[in-house]
Design a protein around this ligand. Structure first.
Ligand code: ADP
Ligand code: MG
Length: 261
């Protein structure tokens, strides 16, 4: 596990959460063909919440968060994001995609574009932001993730940790209201994990609504206000981090924690 140091006195795990709902999932089910991958998911996430999702490989964590920005389609139940119900209506999907940023395990940067171009592509073409303004915003976020000097390089010239910080900056350039992270540090060498987690901690301190699939339990304790445990397509248990780690309720959670801690 990675040791984390708090650089300022804000403790994200103790930050207030708003009463306003950001995401409401009701009785949601999803199948891949005959395979029932998500079962009866009920989950309400308020603005400013920092949720960590954990669980065994194959339990449906990625599929769940991919449903939230409609990278996957659900077949039953409802998903409402920032007041917009996710249906096959393409207008809504575009709106959701620009409000919900996503960071993947394998960065998914465009290899043939510079770091700056990676960060300005969607704002220019999707949000119709003038190029100069998009570049200024990109430089602001690259500064925030502490790599402004890399702006004119290509992704292949950067370390994994730097590429992942570019991926975070690129998402932020779209000014999302919600950020989804799918195992953002699991493809990184240990010495690079901390720099990415530190970036995520900074975002949490600014009040970003975040859902992070991760097995970095130090991060969960420090940042999350709620930890969700999934197994076999279901939410088995959820609690605030202290309770979740010190007093897990179900046998499946206990077994999982005994394997990773
Ligand atoms: P996790 O992120 O928890 O490891 P996933 O959400 O990726 O789990 O996958 C859940 C289950 O759904 C796994 O059994 C996986 O093999 C299956 N699955 C994921 N994506 C697809 C797909 N596109 N088609 C068919 N099965 C899939
Ligand atoms: Mg996954």
């Amino acid at each position: 596990m990675t040791e984390l140091t708090v650089e300022s006195d804000i403790d994200p795990s103790k930050m207030e959460v708003s009463d306003e709902v950001a995401i409401e999932i009701t009785n949601m089910n999803k199948w891949f063909g005959a395979f029932h991958v998500l079962r009866d998911i009920d989950l309400t996430i308020n603005q400013g919440e920092r949720i960590v999702v954990c669980g065994p490989s194959g339990s449906g964590k990625s599929t769940l968060i991919r449903c939230i920005n409609r990278l996957e389609e659900h077949q039953a139940g409802r998903i409402v994001v920032d007041g917009i119900e996710l249906t096959s209506d393409l207008k809504n999907i575009d709106k959701i995609r620009s409000e919900v940023g996503m960071v993947f395990q394998h960065f998914n940067l465009f290899p043939h574009l510079t770091i700056l171009e990676n960060c300005t592509l969607a704002p220019i073409w999707v949000r119709k932001v003038p190029r100069k303004e998009a570049e200024e915003t990109a430089m602001e976020y690259l500064t925030k993730v502490k790599i402004p000097e890399q702006a004119n390089k290509y992704p292949g010239q950067l370390s994994g940790g730097q590429q992942q910080r570019v991926a975070i900056a690129r998402s932020l350039c779209m000014k999302p209201k919600i950020m989804l992270f799918d195992e953002p540090t699991s493809a990184l060498d240990p010495e690079m994990i901390k720099e990415v987690l530190d970036t995520m901690i900074e975002l949490a301190k600014e009040g970003m609504t975040m859902i992070c699939v991760t097995h970095e339990m130090g991060f969960a304790r420090q940042v999350a206000n709620r930890v969700i445990f999934m197994d076999q397509g279901q939410i088995v248990e959820q609690n605030e981090p202290e309770e979740f780690f010190n007093n897990p309720q179900s046998d499946r959670t206990k077994l999982f924690l005994s394997q990773i801690l």
